[in-house]
Write a protein that binds this ligand. Structure first.
Ligand code: ADP
Length: 290
């Protein structure tokens, strides 16, 4: 099983001509409200890929619709707790080019307690995968707890990689980052150089640096590969990375090779960027034939 300890957000999405600049007011031509949060999106992506997924996280009273969204997608929601703080939410602007600009309020996503997380991990072990992002509090601590249980641990340190301790990197089975996060973590803006540094720091882990429309690069120890994304017309890149992560973790948890998992993740993410929205834009596509 995949246990995803991750954020649950309500997304407020505004279509604008140009992204708002400091001191400026812009009018939005279209507003939609939907389910989002990197955690929730990745659980939905993994479930749409066909994996057995449980989501763990916290919502406020105003977040019950998020639990329902996950349940409808086939995700186990028994580890989602209602707490007194408000549900996390995001204010998202999308411009004519499909570029986005996002403000996130963490709310209940930052209220995770060690006793609660320990309870969520009860009964899980080496056959299970723990997936984490950086939209909950203390993700490194939950990496350690997963490791202690012998789980396979995957970290997507998004939206900000900041300073992930080397000890955390060493403990990972897989790390997926976009170009910005790769640069933050490795202190170099050259993706191939970043991959070299990250594979040196986490020699046992699969490391993937996603490169937007250019696809991604993968490394493990001294091995390297490059994977190209299909050429498509992107209208909204929200949740592209989440789709990629969810499909990759699902594919590898279901026993696909890394190369097949990347291929599937790239196809799913390419469909996602051609649709508007976060969770709603995540496609369900069959596994590629090996
Ligand atoms: P994030 O969404 O986390 O910033 P990226 O922008 O690197 O991450 O996108 C993640 C993945 O989504 C890419 O590796 C690629 O497979 C796919 N993707 C993103 N943008 C496009 C695009 N314009 N065309 C095709 N695929 C895309």
């Amino acid at each position: 099983m995949i246990l995803n300890i991750g954020s649950l957000n309500i997304d407020h999405v505004y279509q604008v001509d140009t992204l708002v600049r400091p001191g400026e007011t812009v009018t939005s031509s279209r507003y939609t409200k939907g389910a989002g949060g990197k955690g929730l999106n990745q659980s939905i992506a993994a479930a749409r890929a066909g994996a057995e997924v449980a989501h763990a996280g916290c919502i406020g009273e105003d977040g019950e619709s998020l639990r329902q969204t996950l349940q409808h997608a086939g995700v186990d929601v028994t580890r989602i707790d209602q707490v007194t703080s408000p549900t996390g939410h995001a204010i998202i602007q999308i411009d004519r080019e499909g570029r986005n600009c996002i403000v996130v309020y963490s709310g209940a996503n930052h209220g995770l307690q060690p006793e609660t997380v320990t309870g969520w991990l009860d009964g899980l072990g080496p056959k299970d995968t723990l997936l984490l992002q950086h939209e909950v509090n203390e993700p490194e601590r939950w990496v350690r707890l997963g490791r202690e249980k012998g789980m396979r641990v995957l970290l997507n340190p998004a939206p900000a990689a900041g300073c992930v301790p080397r000890s955390t990197l060493e403990a990972l089975d897989a790390l997926i980052v976009n170009e910005v996060e790769a640069a933050e973590l490795s202190r170099t803006s050259m993706p191939h150089e970043a991959l070299d540094r990250l594979t040196a720091w986490a020699p046992k882990a699969d490391i993937i640096v996603t490169l937007g429309a250019a696809g991604c690069i993968w490394g493990r120890g001294n091995q390297r590969s490059t994977h190209y994304a299909p050429k498509v017309k992107a209208i909204d890149t929200t949740a592209a990375g989440d789709t990629f992560v969810g499909y990759w973790v699902a594919a590898t948890a279901m026993g696909h090779t890394n190369a097949a998992a990347i291929e599937w993740a790239i196809q799913a993410a390419a469909l996602c960027v051609q649709r508007v929205g976060a969770a709603a834009a995540i496609p369900a596509i069959p596994a590629p034939t090996p």
